[in-house]
Structures are given as C-alpha cells and as structure tokens.
Design a binder for this molecule. Structure first.
Ligand SMILES: C[S@@+](CC[C@H](N)C(=O)[O-])C[C@H]1O[C@@H](n2cnc3c(N)ncnc32)[C@H](O)[C@@H]1O
Length: 219
C-alpha cells in the first residue's frame, strides 16, 4: 500500500485511537464540515464519495445530507474507529472501504459514478495531485460536485515528523489550473478555517485551510 512512504498507513493506524481527542483537529473538522454542507449540491447527492475519511470526523456530519456515502481510507485502524461509530449510531448510509484511490485497481473496487466527492486534509498526502484529480473526475457523474479542503501553501513546519512525505499545502492558483485542466468548471475557493497550533519549530503559528469546489460539466 505504501508509495515511498506517501501513503503511510502505519502512521495513521498508530494515531487512530487518539485521533478524535485532539481539539485542534476537532475544531478543523467542525469548520470544514460546515463549509462542505454549505457548498453541497442543492439537490441531495444520491451517491457520495469521501477520500481519506479517517475516523469520520467530517464523514458523520456530511452523511445526513447524502443518499449513500462511500468513505474510503488507507488506514484500517482509522476505518475501524469509523465503523464503531457507524455501529453505535446505527447509521445506515455510510459504507467504509479500505481503498487507495491512487492505485490502478481502484476503479474496479468502487461501483458507478458519484455525484458528490469530498475530502478534508488528505490531498496533501497524495503524491501526484494532477493525476489524482483526473482520476476523481473519472469517478464522477456529469453535473457532480467536488469539494476538497486542505492547507494553503505552508512553511513546511505544519507536520511534526520531518520524515513524513507530504505536499506543503497548495497554491490556490496552481490548484485551480490543475482542477480546470482535468475538465472541471466553476472552480472556487473559500477559507474554511484557520488552524492555530504549535508547529514543528515549537512556535505558535496559523495555517489557513481552503475549501475548493468545482463542477464536472454536464455532457
Ligand atoms: C490528515 S488525515 C484526515 C482524516 C479526516 N479527513 C479528518 O479530517 O479527520 C488523512 C487521512 O487520509 C488517509 N489517506 C492517506 N493517503 C490516502 C490515500 N491515498 N487514499 C485514501 N486515504 C488516504 C489517511 O489514512 C488518513 O486517515
């Protein structure tokens, strides 16, 4: 599953049980969920996909607005925590799925096309942003909405572990070009949240988080 340490399942496996206890993460997920809900298609999406769902901090808030929601992640432990929440809440419309969407066999593991695809804080963990966005386009139905939250370009100090392979956030203009190159239209950004945390240098720092939305055109 690991791609030169980019998709580091073990790292997230080891964090899963403590994931929700982090107040910075909880505040971020709350803000991103509200931003995603505000930008969902007016007509209720029948078939939604979330990539990098983690323990479901965003998943569980967005799911009530969807018909069915496939929640994929590459960490079995993150998915286990999510599955426990689904069982405890008797939530019928979320299907957790262990899947790396960047892998060539991914398309054969998910059925049909999605009218809503969303994510929070996962795009920076995916090595080839351009080809991944193109893959997402292929998984979406005409008229479908894409909503991705992630870090604006950061100073490289956001993540605590210097060995972790990640993009240091994204430049909005570059990401817009890349999303448009894949074929999406109506690409638009808002600032969904401002993370305030002690960074790797031990300094209190602020990291803006965008939500970018886009549409796959009707044929
Ligand atoms: C920073 S966490 C965010 C989790 C969740 N969205 C949240 O807001 O709490 C990134 C998640 O993406 C998952 N991930 C990393 N690479 C992935 C990939 N290629 N496909 C699917 N999930 C991936 C990780 O296992 C992790 O659960």
């Amino acid at each position: 599953m690991s791609d030169n340490n980019w998709t580091d399942s073990q790292r997230f496996d080891s964090k899963a049980s403590e994931w929700d206890a982090n107040a910075v993460r909880a505040a971020l997920a709350d803000a991103v969920s509200r931003a995603i809900l505000a930008h969902m298609p007016v007509s209720r999406p029948e078939k939604a996909l979330e990539f990098g769902c983690g323990t479901g901090l965003v998943t569980l808030r967005v799911a009530p607005g969807c018909g069915s929601l496939t929640a994929v992640d590459t960490s079995r432990e993150m998915l286990r925590v999510l599955s426990e929440k689904i069982a405890a809440g008797n939530i019928p419309n979320i299907s957790p799925l262990f899947l790396d969407l960047t892998q060539p066999d991914a398309a054969s593991r998910i059925e049909g096309s999605f009218d809503f695809v969303f994510s929070s804080m996962t795009l920076h963990h995916i090595p080839d942003t351009r080809s991944f966005i193109a893959q997402l386009y292929g998984h979406m139905a005409p008229g479908g909405t894409l909503a991705i939250a992630d870090l604006d370009t950061e100073d490289g100090m956001f993540h605590d572990d210097v060995t972790e392979k990640v993009h240091h956030g994204f430049d909005r203009d570059e990401l817009k070009n890349l999303i448009e190159s894949a074929g999406f239209t109506n690409v638009s950004f808002i600032t969904a949240h401002m993370i305030e945390k002690k960074n790797r240098a031990g300094q209190r720092a602020y990291y803006p988080v965008f939500l970018v939305t886009a549409t796959k055109p009707q044929i």
